[in-house]
Design a protein around this ligand. Structure first.
Ligand code: ATP
Ligand code: MG
Length: 306
């Protein structure tokens, strides 16, 4: 069950059409038909949006996503056009706005996993497989996999969890060529990012990419087989990925989350994520320590000051 404590009203900006409000981001379409993605400071834990935001979180994640797009640019074209704030938008949008090419999205969550946890672990414990892929015996929560695997999922309706599906299911849904390209790209992007993160003491346990096709793809995105996949959405942020501090990694238990551990620890004794009750407000020190973790993740990964 996805919970919202406060579903925010979309901001009205002349010339922009509001398209969607996600847990964390608000999407608009501008006059030129481009996508405007605005990352808020909202934070979700166990699929609930907390009543208290984390100051600057949207800016930190936007900057991190942009940095990753650059690191991956030779592996995949991406949807970013600019970081310009549309005229008439609130000043607060500065630094949290991405203007993107609006793509025809491939309806698959392209997940790569290098470690076993979450829904992958649940399936493994039932059948020794993840998304139908057989895995060796003896793996535990947090174990590194023999090699990274492509574990696609399909987007569920609002309020539901995404559903893991087999590669064959993806191939039937989007065609064999697109499925093969999705898998190959997802694994190569994950491999690059995992190595970068590992060098900085951070384990990238898994991550989710989204891809689309551009209707009017430029020359360099056309291959003999047609248009190539364009990397979209946000990439390799703590909202789309599991980051673990490498020094605390220990298979056989739930791993510490790089960004949300203080929140989880605080909430655990006070609130049941599977119940009907909305989560409580966060005290200022938990908010401040969580903000510091986002800044640290950004600075450790990119080597830059926020
Ligand atoms: P959640 O809050 O659980 O993530 P959500 O996925 O509905 O819910 P967002 O992630 O904020 O909310 O929504 C982003 C949406 O924009 C997704 O549906 C994504 O597929 C889509 N999207 C991302 N990049 C592009 C693009 N370049 N063109 C078209 N759609 C895009
Ligand atoms: Mg999303």
């Amino acid at each position: 069950m996805t919970g919202f404590t406060v579903r925010p009203e979309p901001v009205q900006v002349p010339g922009l059409v509001h398209l969607h409000t996600g847990k964390v981001r608000d999407l608009y379409r501008d006059k030129d038909g481009q996508l405007v993605m605005v990352a808020s400071d909202r934070i979700s834990v166990y699929d609930w949006v907390l009543p208290t935001g984390i100051p600057d979180k949207g800016r930190i994640l936007t900057r991190l996503s942009l940095w990753w797009f650059e690191q991956l640019a030779d592996l995949a074209p991406n949807h970013v056009i600019s970081t310009e704030v549309p005229e008439g938008a609130p000043a607060d949008w500065e630094g949290r706005t991405l203007i993107c090419r609006r793509l025809d999205m491939v309806p698959v969550e392209a997940v790569a996993r290098g470690y076993l946890t979450g829904s992958g672990l649940t399936e493994y414990q039932e059948s020794r497989t993840v998304c139908g892929l057989a895995l060796p015996e003896g793996l535990e929560d947090g174990s590194e996999l023999p090699a990274p695997i492509f574990t696609p999922a399909t987007k569920a309706d609002v309020g539901d969890h995404d559903e893991n599906v087999s590669y064959e299911h993806v191939a039937r849904k989007v065609g064999a060529d697109t499925a093969a390209a999705l898998r190959q790209l997802t694994l190569s992007l994950y491999g690059r990012a995992r190595d970068i993160a590992r060098d900085r003491g951070i384990i990238l346990a898994d991550t989710k990419f989204e891809f689309g096709f551009a209707a009017d793809a430029p020359e360099e995105e056309l291959s003999a087989e047609g248009p190539t996949l364009v990397l979209a959405d946000e990439v390799l942020t703590p909202d789309s990925s599991r980051f673990w501090p490498a020094e605390e990694w220990k298979p056989g238990r739930a791993q510490a989350s790089f960004d949300k551990q203080y929140l989880r620890d605080y909430l655990r004794s006070r609130w049941d994520p599977n119940g009907e009750q909305a989560p409580p407000e966060m005290p200022a020190d938990i908010v401040e320590r969580t903000r510091a973790k986002y800044v640290e993740a950004y600075e450790r990964l990119t080597g830059k000051d926020f």
